[in-house]
Design a protein around this ligand. Structure first.
Ligand code: MG
Length: 153
């Protein structure tokens, strides 16, 4: 199970939209198709697809689905179900993602969660899931704060 932002997709070029006040979430998500892929994440997802089903679990809202599917295909990433946040869901990622993880784990064996968000990883580990912490991009304080406080991504 792979997170997208800062696990597979490098969001650094659109962070600036969250540094303005008020934060410009529409611009932040609209720029996502230009995200460069992160080689370490892409390699891990590609290798995982040899052994198991790959599923994507992102805090991006449903309205980004088309763009996100196009981006995944353009990077040559494995096909897989894409779990997104409901458009009106403003809960922190660690809540929404854990909910989805637990739901999927009811009838599937979740081998590993790959995510850059330490809070998501901590909670997933506490819930008994195996986690790989994606530490291949510089942590973004702005994005983390926004994820935690505003539940947008
Ligand atoms: Mg992330």
């Amino acid at each position: 199970m792979f997170d997208l932002d800062n696990t597979l997709a490098d969001t650094a070029h659109r962070q600036r939209f969250l540094e303005s006040r008020p934060r410009d979430w529409d611009a932040f998500f609209a720029a996502a198709p230009q995200d460069p892929p992160i080689p370490e994440g892409v390699a891990l997802a590609t290798a995982s697809a040899e052994e198991c089903e790959v599923v994507y679990l992102t805090g991006r809202p449903e309205r980004c689905r088309r763009d996100t599917l196009d981006w995944l295909a353009a990077q040559g990433l494995p096909e897989g179900r894409l779990h997104m946040r409901r458009n009106d869901d403003r809960r922190p990622a660690r809540r929404t993602k854990l909910e989805t993880l637990r739901r999927l784990a009811r009838d599937r064996d979740v081998r590993v969660l790959v995510d850059d968000d330490e809070l998501v990883c901590d909670d997933a580990e506490r819930a008994g899931f195996t986690v790989v912490r994606a530490r291949w991009t510089a942590p973004s304080g702005t994005l983390r704060q926004a994820q935690e406080g505003e539940g947008r991504t």
